[in-house]
Design a binder for this molecule. Structure first.
Ligand code: ACO
Length: 360
């Protein structure tokens, strides 16, 4: 039996920063409300395509693993904000990085896309079907935002992260995972007016909007993530005392605090960056994992606990035993195309489009 060691990691944050005060210039909100309810202070707004972020994150992860893209045999891309439905976005990334021997699969399970991908990629390596897998998670959620909805728009941001998995004889990588999806909660988080479930003849078609039951999601998120974490600890024969660091989905600081309390994990063991980026959906865990490594918060042999939830409501947890590598073998010079606009300038036409529609 092979294991699937994480040998490379990388992140891509678009440079344009949207602060809480920026949001308050065009919607009825305040820094005080957003910070006290969510812990979020700012988020990034993408000025290019989602695949541009995925390509940069992938190149950085490959450099950290010192691998050529041609050595990768599978790309799994978790996101709900793909460049296009056809071709799939994993194939756009595969072409751009030159991963000529890689199959390319998009995974849409919303915020859980990265952990779902890590689980799938790990098990494809463990069966011997694949040897070197690139797992990417990220989101261009600002593209799908209804900027007149203050209850949703303040929560999200754009970002992407990636890891490289390589077959290894050492018992490292994702050693236990539990993923699932709740019944009867499909409408708790919905992006509407896009997709073949919506009539193309409707005036609302292609004006994405959100159904969002914030308080219901809040409660379910804590319950399902706690259940999944307890399950993977039990599978691994470990207790919370054995966890060196927890890298959870970053949706809301209050969810992280409540989850930590429920599991009995001290605050200092929780990786938190939601204040800087908001909820970047499938991007949160690979970006937070990369930053935990950059900040030397992960040591060789550490137990890293991951937990996630998202629309569906999908949920999951994973227990990773970290390998020897905690510093990148090399650094990529990959960068996004230059950005010449502020976040507010990037968003202005989208805000106007929604305002014009509301005025009709
Ligand atoms: N600024 C100011 N006031 C606001 C804002 C805002 N941005 N948004 C809502 N309010 C108002 C509401 O209108 C309401 O006013 P009212 O009392 O006059 O009706 C009041 O604030 C309180 O609203 P609540 O919804 O009760 O606020 P709550 O404390 O529950 O916090 C929040 C809302 C932050 C959304 C919380 O429920 C939450 O974080 N839920 C989890 C959602 C989440 O993170 N989902 C991520 C998954 S998304 C995915 O998977 C794609």
């Amino acid at each position: 039996m092979h294991f699937a060691q994480i040998t490379g990691w990388g992140k891509c944050l678009p440079p344009a920063v949207l602060s809480n005060d920026d949001l308050a210039t065009f919607m009825e909100t305040s820094d005080e409300w957003i910070t006290s309810r969510t812990g979020i202070q700012e988020r990034r707004i993408c000025h290019c395509n989602f695949s541009d972020m995925a390509i940069v994150a992938a190149r950085r992860a490959l450099a950290a693993a010192n691998l050529d893209a041609a050595e990768i045999d599978l790309i799994l891309l978790g996101s709900l904000t793909m460049d296009s439905l056809c071709p799939n976005t994993a194939s756009i990334v595969q072409n751009a990085i030159g991963a000529r021997d890689a199959a390319a699969i998009d995974i849409n399970s919303a915020c859980t896309g990265f952990l779902y991908g890590l689980h799938i990629g790990t098990n494809l390596i463990r069966t011997g079907a694949h040897r070197k897998v690139l797992v990417i998670g990220g989101e261009f959620i600002s593209h799908y935002m209804n900027w007149s909805r203050r209850d949703v728009a303040v929560l999200f941001g754009d970002a992407c992260g990636a890891v490289v998995l390589e077959a290894s004889d050492e018992a490292t990588g994702l050693l236990a995972a539990k993923i699932g999806c709740e019944l009867d909660t499909g409408s708790a988080i919905q992006i509407t007016n896009l997709g073949s479930g919506y009539s193309r003849l409707s005036d609302d078609f292609l004006y994405p909007d959100w159904n969002f039951e914030g308080q219901e999601v809040f409660k379910r998120a804590i319950k399902s993530m706690a259940f999944a974490c307890e399950d993977v600890l039990q599978q691994s024969g470990l207790t919370v005392e054995d966890v060196n660091i927890m890298v959870p989905h970053q949706a809301n600081r209050r969810i992280l605090d409540a989850l930590a309390k429920r599991l009995g994990i001290p605050e200092e063991k929780i990786m938190v960056n939601v204040h800087k980026y908001g909820n970047t959906s499938a991007g949160t865990i690979p970006v937070a994992l990369t930053e935990a490594l950059e900040e030397s918060r992960i040591k060789a042999g550490d137990h890293v606990l991951m937990a996630t939830f998202g629309a569906g409501l999908t949920w999951g947890a994973g227990l990773v035993k970290w390998g020897e590598r905690i510093t990148p073998l090399s650094i990529s010079d990959a960068e996004l195309p230059p950005c010449h606009q502020t976040a507010l300038e990037i968003l202005a036409p989208h805000i106007q489009r929604y305002n014009a529609r509301q005025d009709k």
